[in-house]
Write a protein that binds this ligand. Structure first.
Ligand SMILES: [Zn+2]
Length: 371
């Protein structure tokens, strides 16, 4: 059975550590989940992810539903066996991609009709179908279908989308309950755009319906950073503390540190993997662009304090050479380092919280990153 337990909650501040008990092992929180859009965290294998210390990864329902299709994954009994990953998996509902990637998305109360970005075929995603697809994928944590709006959106647009999101959340809960799968968690998603009262209203409505955990969606969509923190802050504050709280699609190392401080437990973001493929390497002393001429003769690793596979074995000069020559190995080596940075950052955060040193950790983190 899915469970969440808070393991440490210092009296000062809102940061806490916890553990998610899933069908595929324990997940220590706060946790960063690498994004495995198409059943693969781009450029690295499941074994490499385990070696780096990833406890849980994210899969994208929209992508997997369109390609290879649920029938293929069902033949393997689910995504875990299909992609050879035996730790936890969280899948999103597909809503975000339908609204951002698919063509001609048409929203109705029933669901959303869209055309595949791959072959133009027409599909309809309903709250019921979103849950059923995720159950077929065999995810440990599944997400409700939500209506994702753009930034900026008017109050009217935001209210309409919120009403739909709440109704869809109720319908997702009904299907999930009817399946009696208490080893699979269903999370509701707080929306409400950049309006404080609508965010609060959304959190209250979801709490009323009752979920295994709560996510905060619709952030990091182009709004100023202060607004992101403000919306996350009040959304987190209105969600019940004894449940996991997940901020979707965020963010930079600084965002993670700030949001943990506001009480967030779970994160996902394409930033470390996407940046790795663009030659942007993340270190505790700031980010570096491996293309820079200054690294041409640099015999040192990306970060002398990093003990990832890449830093233990390869130099900046070699990585720069591979990147400029567009050699495939560089995508793997860069990705290993960047994911390792995020996973290690979360480990250090958990340690700091347990020792009641989170504020000191934060100060040190910022002073180092600005080096
Ligand atoms: Zn490294």
């Amino acid at each position: 059975m899915f469970e969440f337990k808070i393991t440490c909650k210092p009296e000062t501040g809102r940061a806490r550590t916890g553990v998610l008990k899933t069908h595929h092992g324990m997940v220590q929180t706060p946790v960063f989940m690498p994004v495995g859009t198409l059943g693969t965290v781009k450029a690295v294998s499941a074994e490499e992810l385990k070696e780096i210390g990833a406890q849980i990864i994210l899969g994208n329902t929209y992508h997997l539903y369109l390609r290879p299709g649920c029938d293929v994954i069902d033949r393997f009994g689910g995504l875990h066996r299909f992609m050879h990953w035996d730790r936890a998996i969280l899948t999103d509902s597909g809503g975000f991609q339908v609204f951002s990637l698919a063509k001609l998305a048409k929203i109705q109360d029933e669901g959303v009709t869209f055309q595949s970005h791959i072959d133009g075929s027409t599909h309809m995603l309903t709250p019921e179908k979103a849950v059923e697809i995720q159950l077929t994928l065999g995810s440990d944590i599944i997400m409700c279908l939500d209506d994702c709006i753009q930034y900026p959106s008017t109050r009217n647009e935001t209210e309409t989308a919120l009403e739909l999101t709440t109704n869809w959340a109720k319908r997702c809960k009904v299907v999930w309950e009817s399946q009696g799968r208490d080893n699979i968690a269903l999370f509701g998603i707080v929306q409400g755009g950049m309006f404080e009262d609508l965010r609060k209203q959304s959190a209250e409505a979801l709490k009323e319906i009752g979920f295994s955990g709560y996510a905060i969606g619709g952030l990091s969509v182009g709004e100023p950073r202060e607004m992101l923190y403000q919306m996350a802050d009040l959304s987190l504050a209105h969600l019940p503390d004894n449940f996991p709280k997940y901020i979707m699609g965020v963010g930079t190392p600084e965002d993670l540190v700030e949001l943990v401080g506001l009480g967030a437990d779970m994160f996902d973001c394409v930033l470390p993997t996407r940046n790795a493929r663009n030659g942007q390497l993340i270190t505790r002393k700031g980010n570096l662009n491996i293309c820079n001429a200054q690294f041409k003769f640099d015999t040192g690793p990306i970060d002398e304090n990093c003990d990832c596979y890449t830093c233990r074995n390869y130099s900046r000069a070699y990585l720069r050479h591979l990147y400029l020559a567009r050699e495939l190995l560089v995508y793997r080596l860069n990705t290993i380092h960047n994911i390792h940075f995020y996973i290690t950052l979360m480990e250090e955060i958990r340690e700091a919280i347990k020792e009641n040193q989170f504020n000191e950790f934060k100060k040190q983190f910022y002073s180092m990153r600005q080096c």
